[in-house]
Design a protein around this ligand. Structure first.
Ligand code: FAD
Length: 467
């Protein structure tokens, strides 16, 4: 057991929290979304929360951690949902939220410290020069930019811009290694994959350079449809309408909207499926025309509502907020999956799965740009019965060409978003020779017999594949 009194003495001058209740709180994320992870990770806690306010302080923390062999698990807003920032081996929880200064804003790009909250960054970008992040997670109000890059995949805006995996959607990362003498490294272009979506196992991100888009006063709209497939077809047509500028397109099946979107309930119709969308003001007229063509009914539009008080933004009905709203109302009933429906026949695949599972797997899709084309990924709600049935539902999806990124696993490889390979592992040997960064999250590091060629589908490709 490391000598934490000594460690605290060596970290004198840096903010530290060691109250066990506070440390426990900062050792958690949204892992409880999964009944399987809830059971596995319930007792996980760190030993100290350390909150550096500058890169200089961070380097001191990493140096002390290396000297005492203490694990270090970075934490941004703690909104990840597979235990990504949970310190499986205890040690230091590295709270990054004090490193939140914006350094430079230019036309089309921003340079900022990694601990800034995404919504706060967007607010300042809009005020400064009418710009915003190309896309943000639906947790923008709590998530940090560094946590998004290290743990997220895409989000609100991905229908236009694609995801974090796409070249050009992150411009540069500055990281610090965990060595006797921590080094600062700058990564760009394909090298970014060494650290993007690597759960902080390959270095601590201190600075992020992101590309920007023009900011609009996006209008939140909910369109009602008779069936889920009507919502899906309308959403597909909207996402494919190159002239209509949207930021969010999410078809969601009944009964979810009426039963669980409490604040919007007065606007909604029981039994209807919906498309939740965000549209640029100058695209409203063509958008309305498309709704008419698809026989949808606009149930809510924020620009015409009498009052928006108490109403969440549209994106807080989509992404994993849909899951959250159902879980809040019926915690024992639901869990969820992350499904990819590869195009160009994504709509047909959604139809097939919808018919196969009926009410057991309730549809929720997010439309996005994927490798240049329009596709949808799914965050369906699953009526949870047993782990065996959940595995079976996963298997049936995969057998039908719909890969699952399993949100019931806490390792990079099993979750399926990040492919580790020899190059990724070699990079970790350079940046974290003792394996102290977020231990337990990269199987390839823990298990020398790990088979890199498991033949799975990964969202973030291995480095060998892009080299
Ligand atoms: P954390 O949860 O604190 O950390 C995430 C991972 O990054 C951890 O492994 C952590 O160790 C690592 N990390 C954090 N900071 C650093 C750093 N500076 N350097 C190195 N590693 C670091 N995800 C999406 O992609 N899109 C969505 O739209 C989305 N919606 C969500 C909705 C809900 C309701 C919930 C619960 C989750 C959602 N997520 C989504 C997942 C999550 O919110 C996002 O990925 C978010 O961006 C994570 O940011 P965070 O600051 O909370 O990171």
């Amino acid at each position: 057991m490391p000598d934490y009194q000594q460690i605290k003495a060596e970290l004198d001058g840096i903010a530290i929290e060691d109250n066990p209740n506070m440390v426990l709180r900062k050792s958690r994320d949204f892992y409880w979304y999964s009944p399987i992870l809830k059971e596995q990770l319930e007792n996980v806690t760190g030993d100290l929360v350390v909150s550096p306010a500058s890169e200089e302080e961070l380097i001191k923390v990493l140096k002390v951690a290396f000297k005492h062999d203490v694990p270090v698990t970075a934490r941004g807003g703690g909104t990840g949902n597979y235990g990504q920032c949970m310190p499986l081996s205890g040690g230091i929880v590295l709270d990054m939220t004090r490193m939140n200064r914006i350094k430079e804003i230019h036309p089309g790009r921003v340079i900022t410290e990694a601990g800034i909250i995404c919504a706060q960054l967007d607010k300042q970008l809009k005020e400064h020069s009418g710009q915003e992040l190309r896309f943000h997670p639906s947790t923008t109000g709590q998530a940090t930019l560094g946590g998004f890059v290290a743990g997220g995949s895409g989000g609100v805006g991905s229908v236009t811009w694609g995801g974090l995996r796409d070249l050009g959607n992150v411009l540069r990362l500055r990281i610090v290694t965990l060595e006797a003498e921590p080094r600062v490294m700058e990564l760009t272009a394909r090298d970014l994959l060494k650290v993007s979506h690597a759960y902080g196992t390959n270095g601590i991100i201190t600075e992020v350079e992101m590309p920007l888009a023009p900011a609009y006063d996006w209008v939140d709209i909910i369109v009602g449809h008779d069936t889920f497939m009507d919502a899906v077809k309308f959403s597909d047509a909207l996402a494919s309408s190159s002239g209509i500028l949207t930021k969010e397109i999410a078809p969601i099946a009944a009964p979810v909207p009426y039963d669980y979107f409490n604040r919007h309930k007065p606007y909604l119709k029981e039994g209807e499926s919906v498309s939740v969308v965000m549209v640029a003001p100058h695209s409203l007229a063509p958008f309305e025309a498309l709704v008419k063509m698809h026989k949808g009914e606009i149930r809510f539009r924020a620009d015409e509502a009498e009052s928006l008080r108490g109403l969440p933004r549209a994106y807080e009905l989509g992404w994993n907020h849909t899951t959250l709203r159902a879980l809040k109302m019926e915690p024992e009933s639901f869990t969820y999956l992350q499904v990819q429906y590869p195009g160009p026949d994504h709509v047909a695949k959604v139809q097939q799965m919808t018919e196969l599972f009926g009410d057991e797997v309730i549809g929720h899709l997010e439309f996005l740009r994927f490798d240049g084309g329009i596709q949808c990924s799914g965050l369906p709600l699953v009526r949870y019965t047993t782990p065996e049935r959940l595995e079976e539902i996963i298997r049936i999806h995969e057998e039908n060409g719909c890969p699952i990124f399993n949100p019931h696993r806490y390792t990079l490889e099993e979750g399926g978003m990040k492919q580790t390979d020899e190059l990724q592992l070699a990079f970790k040997k350079q940046t974290d020779p003792k394996g102290l960064l977020n231990p337990g999250k990269m199987i390839a590091w823990e298990n020398p017999d790990f088979d890199f060629k498991a033949g799975r589908n990964f969202l973030f490709k291995g480095l060998a594949e892009v080299a």
